[in-house]
Write a protein that binds this ligand. Structure first.
Ligand code: FES
Length: 152
């Protein structure tokens, strides 16, 4: 049967009526129409689908909607504002990080979570924290440089 669940998405309360085992990724993309969060592997292995759950990075492809009732979700659409990019987004532009771009919203969501926890990470700490976000284009050096820039 269907299942009504409410949660906070990018600062606004939303209600959806979906099967309880529906992955959060598909609720965000298909039910709510926010397509910045990407489907990569669907198995929690690549990080393309990264969003924040109460400020912590999670893999939305592997998170059933039933698990986030009354919790707070932030997607790539929710980290900046119309008038001001998030400092991580600004650094991403300045360092021309993306190549194909597909993994980059997940990369940025992990990077913003890292800087919330650790505002001045070392290169080693960045590499360790970001290790779960895969980039097939190999933009890792630019990602690391942009995070260091955003932290400075
Ligand atoms: Fe979720 Fe790859 S699509 S981790």
């Amino acid at each position: 049967g269907k299942y009504v669940i409410s949660f906070e998405l990018n600062g606004s309360k939303v209600e959806v009526d979906v099967e309880p085992d529906t992955p959060l990724l598909w609720v965000v993309r298909d039910t709510l129409g926010l397509t910045g969060t990407k489907f990569g592997c669907g198995m929690g292995l690549c990080g393309a689908c990264t969003v924040h759950l109460n400020g912590q990075p999670i893999r939305s492809c592997s998170m059933p909607i039933s698990a986030i009732s009354e919790q707070s979700i932030t997607t790539i659409e929710g980290i900046g504002s119309d008038s001001a990019l998030h400092p991580v987004q600004q650094a991403w532009i300045e360092e021309s990080v993306p190549q194909c771009g597909y993994c980059q919203s997940g990369q940025i969501m992990s990077a913003t979570a890292l800087l919330q926890q650790n505002p001045t990470p070392s290169l080693q700490e960045i590499k360790y924290f970001m290790a779960g976000n895969i980039c097939r284009c190999g933009t890792y050096p630019k990602i690391q440089k942009a995070i260091l820039k955003a932290a400075a």
